[in-house]
Ligand binder design. Sequence first.
Ligand code: MF3
Ligand code: CO
Ligand code: CO
Length: 274
Amino acid sequence: MTEYQTLTAADTVVRDGTIKLHGPEAFEGMRRAGRLAAETLDALVPLVQPGVTTAELDAFVRQFTLDGGAVPATLGYRGYAHSCCISINHVVCHGIPSDKTLKDGDIVNIDVTPLLDGWHGDSSRMYLVGDVALKARRLIDVTYECLMLGIEQARPGNRLGDIGAAIQRHAEARRYGVVREFCGHGVGRLFHDAPEVVHAARAGTGPELRPGMFFTIEPMINLGKPPVKLLEDGWTAVTRDRSLSAQFEHSVGITETGCEVFTYSPKGLDKPPY
Ligand code: MF3
Ligand code: CO
Ligand code: CO
């Protein structure tokens, strides 16, 4: 049974398994946090080049976030000590910034979450480093299409499973693998809240979508099989078969008629080529 909780400005928000329903001021807060996330991802475009280290990109994200009046929500989150996640090639998600340099032909996901005035704007995009092989570019295109097909299903009256069903259908028709171990999530005052937004599901299943729900959709799609494994560092998730993986993420809010995407690029740089 799904419980919903209509939030007022005075409520303390806890992770109690309820799905939060938000009002107009909350939409305004998410718009601002989401815009900063998008501006951060826009500003990274010229920096993602062969030879740059992922630690340099992380330092840029940290400073850009602080300059925007926010803090990176990942800093200190469950012991994570960085301002973003940077996941290269077969890394599925939660790649840790380091002195590793990007090389020509790499595909890279950068995932940022500014916490601005109490609201989390969670978004990620893929970037191409130099000349990228056609099969990798195709994977990236289809992963972005998966995200947008999921977003198309995000409207009142639909169920959460309709989102995963649309994503799974599109990816599997191309023989790509949909990652099961990580999901989208409720977002807002909390970074990770109910519900879990799975990216492979049966249509018509799961909680009903209601106006005021905020959540992320963040499909991870593999060129090979779905399973992932976690590296020794406890964070880095990689494809078990070492195939390439791609991901895009937007934060959305359900409206009376559909959904509002809080993390669109103001410059239209939502997917490569930039
Ligand atoms: N931003 C990621 C997400 O989309 C979460 C990263 S948590 C971290 O949910 F600790 F790994 F940074
Ligand atoms: Co997320
Ligand atoms: Co994210």
